[in-house]
Design a protein around this ligand. Structure first.
Ligand SMILES: Cc1cc2nc3c(=O)[nH]c(=O)nc-3n(C[C@H](O)[C@H](O)[C@H](O)COP(=O)(O)OP(=O)(O)OC[C@H]3O[C@@H](n4cnc5c(N)ncnc54)[C@H](O)[C@@H]3O)c2cc1C
Length: 487
């Protein structure tokens, strides 16, 4: 039953003329092919918008928001469309506001440690520019070649390096955003420290396009470490791999990154990519970095020692950039490789991203496996385990409602377990549609306050409505997959 969709707003000529006055003929589209394309992100969902608008300035965003607010048209801001939970899918139709035309890196001030960017700048494009000065913006999402700074802010994205360098919100000094009624707000500062009033820029981090449209962001710069090396450690038991990570941090050693992969993830990558990884039950890939070769060598030795003491069956350290890149690429390819594992099944983002305290990683992985076996579903676990952020991808026959439902039942239990372990249903991908029901359980005591904030900033509920705490209905409605029984 489709309960969480409405027929799109009728985009009559009068409204389109108003939009055209702001962005010109080239700045919007109602071409069915364009509408179809902008109905997707990288999640399992799809729904067409009624118009795609591509503003080039904060002022244009403001004017478009004024029209939308007056006409009560839903607006879904969109960056690279790489979100995995349906956050950028316009489930109520209306306007998709594509921010990709706002892609200027406006100013870099290395002495003050900030960079000003427009929201549509692609993560890796920014880092290419910052590398010229010896700096970087560290979150490192796996989607860095395509995701935008605005989307990263809206999802508080991060990635492999969060354990040492933090998530997006940790680097946000300030931003310009446009409220639902078109008001332009400049929040935060260009200073490293700021205790001046409510931290509105922080409030926007993780707001998933529901509180305002981010148009410009001031980010704090981090110096790029001069030296790095990696170590790949194999284990016979994935819980030992998990324990090894907790032992490393407790040593204490904060790695630059530490990725875990279970047996299914390893088999999938080895099958799809010609065996780049050791044939083992589970593994971790640990990267250490620093300002001198001595520091890196010292830390690498500690990793080797701790891994051996934590029952690693083999430990291979490397300074060779090509070899390290091979391991990193292999880890990054888990999501796509999984679909090669079983003919007729695809890897989908159902319970794709959760966080638990690092010491609970072994218990979480064990529980996920037990839950998957009990529901007879295939679940691979991997992720940025040194910050407790795990990813689980589920293999589903996309034509079978029964298969999707079994998956959903397992997902519910997986998230319940994460909450029980003191964790969260999303470490970095956000809530969107896919995690809305579990998020409402996790943050039950926050929902009233969320609604009050939303009402204050968007009284007509036009900004990305029907998602996160506002989601009602069937999370299996509106799938992008050809499951007739799900429609
Ligand atoms: C292969 C792959 C790997 C990934 N790996 C990671 C990872 O390692 N870490 C991680 O955190 N995520 C990862 N992701 C998920 C995704 O890339 C991130 O969540 C990313 O931040 C989304 O950015 P985007 O520009 O694509 O945003 P979109 O998908 O376009 O939008 C995401 C949300 O942000 C809102 N939004 C976008 N731009 C704005 C704006 N200017 N103002 C207000 N709201 C806005 C949208 O409305 C939506 O709610 C991965 C995705 C893929 C496909």
């Amino acid at each position: 039953m489709r309960v969480n969709r409405v027929v799109g707003v009728k985009m009559d000529r009068r409204i389109l003329e108003k939009i055209e006055k702001v962005v010109g003929k080239e700045g919007y589209s109602v071409d069915p092919a364009v509408l179809y394309t902008y109905g997707f992100d990288a999640s399992i969902y799809h729904n067409n918008p009624d118009v795609v608008v591509r503003p080039k300035t904060t002022e244009q965003v403001s004017e478009i928001m004024k029209i939308a607010n007056e006409e009560k048209i839903p607006v879904t801001p969109r960056g690279g469309g790489t979100g995995l939970c349906g956050s950028a899918v316009p489930i109520k139709g209306g306007i998709v506001l594509s921010m990709q035309q706002m892609k200027k890196i406006k100013e870099v001030s290395v002495a003050d440690l900030w960079v000003d960017v427009e929201a549509g700048v692609i993560y890796e494009e920014l880092n290419k520019e910052l590398a010229k000065y010896g700096f970087f913006f560290p979150p490192s999402p796996g989607s860095g070649e395509a995701c935008t700074i605005g989307g990263m802010v809206a999802n508080n994205a991060s990635g492999m390096r969060a354990v040492k360098y933090g998530a997006t919100r940790d680097a946000v000094l300030g931003m310009t955003f446009v409220k639902a009624d078109g008001e332009i707000v400049r929040s935060g500062t260009r200073t490293i420290k700021d205790s001046s009033g409510y931290q509105l820029a922080r409030l926007m981090c993780g707001s998933e396009g529901q509180l305002g449209v981010v148009t410009e962001v001031t980010l704090k710069l981090t110096t790029k470490p001069m030296y790095a090396a990696s170590c790949i450690c194999a284990f016979d038991d994935v819980t030992d791999a998990g324990k090894c990570i907790a032992n490393l941090i407790a040593r204490p050693l904060i790695p630059a990154s530490c990725e875990i992969m279970d047996s299914l993830s390893i088999s999938a990558v080895n099958k799809a990519r010609g065996n780049p990884l050791p044939d083992t039950n589970s593994l971790i890939i640990v990267e250490v970095d620093g300002e001198s070769q001595e520091i890196v060598d010292r830390d690498l030795k500690i990793v080797e020692e701790v891994a051996k003491a934590s029952k690693a069956t083999s430990v291979v350290a490397s300074h060779d950039k090509a070899e390290i890149a091979k391991w990193t690429d292999a880890r990054k390819s888990v999501m796509t490789s999984l679909s090669a594992l079983k003919p007729g099944f695809v890897s989908v983002s159902l319970a794709d991203d959760m966080g638990v305290p690092v010491s609970k990683v072994p218990a979480a992985i064990k529980a996920f496996r037990e839950i998957a076996d009990r529901h007879d579903v295939i679940v691979a676990t991997y992720g940025h385990a040194s910050d407790g952020n795990l990813h689980t991808k589920m293999m589903v026959d996309p034509y079978s409602r029964e298969n999707w439902e079994r998956g959903m039942a397992a997902v519910g239990e997986i998230f319940d377990k994460c909450i029980e372990l003191g964790g969260t249903v999303t470490g970095e991908h956000g809530v969107g549609i896919a995690k809305a029901l579990d998020f409402k359980k996790e943050r039950a005591s926050n929902i009233k306050t969320y609604r009050e904030i939303k009402r204050a900033m968007d009284p007509n509920n036009i900004l990305n409505p029907g998602k996160t705490f506002d989601f009602e209905g069937d999370p299996l409605a509106g799938l992008r997959y050809p499951c007739q029984e799900c429609q």
